[in-house]
Design a protein around this ligand. Structure first.
Ligand SMILES: NC(=O)c1ccc[n+]([C@@H]2O[C@H](COP(=O)([O-])OP(=O)(O)OC[C@H]3O[C@@H](n4cnc5c(N)ncnc54)[C@H](OP(=O)(O)O)[C@@H]3O)[C@@H](O)[C@H]2O)c1
Length: 329
């Protein structure tokens, strides 16, 4: 049986990407064959579709770090034909053909049953970005974060991790601030529940002071770089900074003072290899108390495979807003 897939290829200096027709015999080895219904575009997919992205480990490759759909067949008895499932991370879309295709085959160890409270479409409106937002909040809560502690800031707030985090935090009753470089999108963030908006410049300003006035009980930070340094300087006593990304840069300069004088926690957030018990716990919360209000009508937009080239180009420029779903039905 043939199926449509978006494929990137690189050979020497030649780089190409586009939609092509593949055959079921082109699928990789694996236990579970999935009829993909929805995927989504993450920042990492943008890197996968760039000749300099350094994300893809072998070419040609079908990108797409997220997929959700129905099991077509399975050699693992835990999964039955027709069952709805979600796969994110691991080697999907980097070393193993991913979600930008109508058909996928993956190891059973990567597969999560569709969480209660989510459709396959909603699970991909969250995708890796929403999962990462949820993991960030979960880990900060494990370190004592609660709405009574004060405001939580979300950086890169209009992006995938950012917008889902703003909505999740607001739904949990937190006072939420968002920082953004998009002056035109303040109302989008207010609609998701942010009550204070900071500019990208304000949260990435360099400073010679090791600490500044305590402002934030917690921070969801997919931006990194100088922004992480700002967050460490301004996080309240006992608060947490959950760092997941680097759209603002990989390196930052800090001192030990926020850690030894304010007991600030710097939390590393990693979704790709997240262990299965924690992965299941986070997905459960994504369909329950962390399910974002406005997920489908405010955060998510939809494209088909033909729209992937434009979207991956825009996501690398920081121009997308919210989450972009890819319809594979
Ligand atoms: N650790 C993990 O497991 C994990 C999982 C998912 C994502 N990530 C990482 O998290 C980051 C965000 O991913 P995403 O899918 O949310 O991407 P995204 O949808 O593109 O959002 C990123 C946001 O960052 C802001 N931004 C872009 N360029 C910037 C710059 N030069 N300086 C400061 N801010 C900038 C923009 O928000 P504003 O316009 O609102 O400022 C942009 O919308 C990426 O680095 C990604 O690789 C990591």
């Amino acid at each position: 049986m043939s199926y449509r897939a978006f494929v990137v290829n690189k050979s020497g200096e030649d780089f190409s990407m586009g939609v092509t027709q593949l055959d079921e015999k082109d699928l990789p080895s694996g236990d579970v064959t999935i009829r993909v219904e929805w995927s989504s575009v993450n920042y990492k997919d943008g890197l996968a579709c760039s000749p300099t992205g350094r994300v893809i480990r072998s070419y040609p490759m079908t990108p797409g770090v997220d997929l959700a759909g129905k099991v077509q067949s399975s050699t693992d008895s835990r999964f039955k034909p027709g069952e709805e499932v979600v796969v994110i991370g691991y080697e999907l879309g980097t070393a193993h053909p991913g979600g930008f295709a109508e058909l996928a085959r993956v190891p059973a160890a990567w597969v999560v049953p569709l969480p209660a409270g989510l459709t396959t479409k909603e699970s991909m409106a969250l995708g890796t970005a929403g999962f990462t937002a949820a993991l960030s909040i979960h880990q900060m809560e494990r370190c004592g974060l609660s709405p009574a502690n004060g405001a939580v800031i979300v950086t890169g707030a209009t992006g995938g991790v950012g917008s889902t985090a703003v909505s999740m935090l607001s739904g949990l009753g937190y006072t939420v601030a968002g920082s953004t470089g998009k002056a035109t999108e303040h109302q989008f963030l207010r609609d998701l529940g942010a009550t204070e908006i900071l500019t990208r410049e304000e949260v990435s300003a360099e400073s010679t002071r090791p600490m500044e006035t305590e402002r934030w009980a917690g921070a969801v930070d997919p931006v990194g770089g100088a922004t992480t340094a700002y967050l460490l300087r301004t996080t309240k006593y006992g608060g947490s900074v959950a760092v997941s990304g680097l759209t603002g840069g990989g390196a930052f300069s800090t001192t030990v003072f926020p850690f030894i004088l304010r007991g600030v926690n710097l939390l590393g957030i990693e979704s790709v290899m997240c262990p299965m018990p924690l992965r299941l716990e986070i997905w459960d919360r994504c369909g329950a108390d962390l399910k974002p209000r406005g997920l489908m009508d405010t955060i998510a937009t939809e494209i088909g495979l033909d729209g992937v080239v434009e979207t991956v180009t825009r996501i690398l420029r920081g121009e997308t807003k919210g989450r972009v779903l890819v319809d594979l039905r």
